[in-house]
Design a binder for this molecule. Sequence first.
Ligand SMILES: [Zn+2]
Length: 114
Amino acid sequence: MSLYDIRQNQRISKAQTENKRTARTVQESQESIEELRQSVQKLSLACQAMWQLLQTTSGLSEQDLLEALQNIEDKNAAQNCVKCGRVQQSKKPHCLYCGTPFPEEASTISCFQV
Ligand SMILES: [Zn+2]
């Protein structure tokens, strides 16, 4: 076996080790995503159950819920700075990080897609 072959075998072995490590990372990430998906599903069901109870006991309407969601969304409106890209959770006229002014109707990230 030549030195070239030995070096190539080392590279192949290293690539195979890296491939196994990457496959493990992908598997762990997929498991984490599935756990998060299940958590979101449970929270969604809990929200639906609470809303159902609240509607029947308080008489609140779907419109009341939408308005409350909109109020929260307005308070938590996030803005992305066009210059530095950082996200801020409050409606400020300027970026807190770089000072770039936000446009009048800054794009907001919706927290609630109803
Ligand atoms: Zn900025």
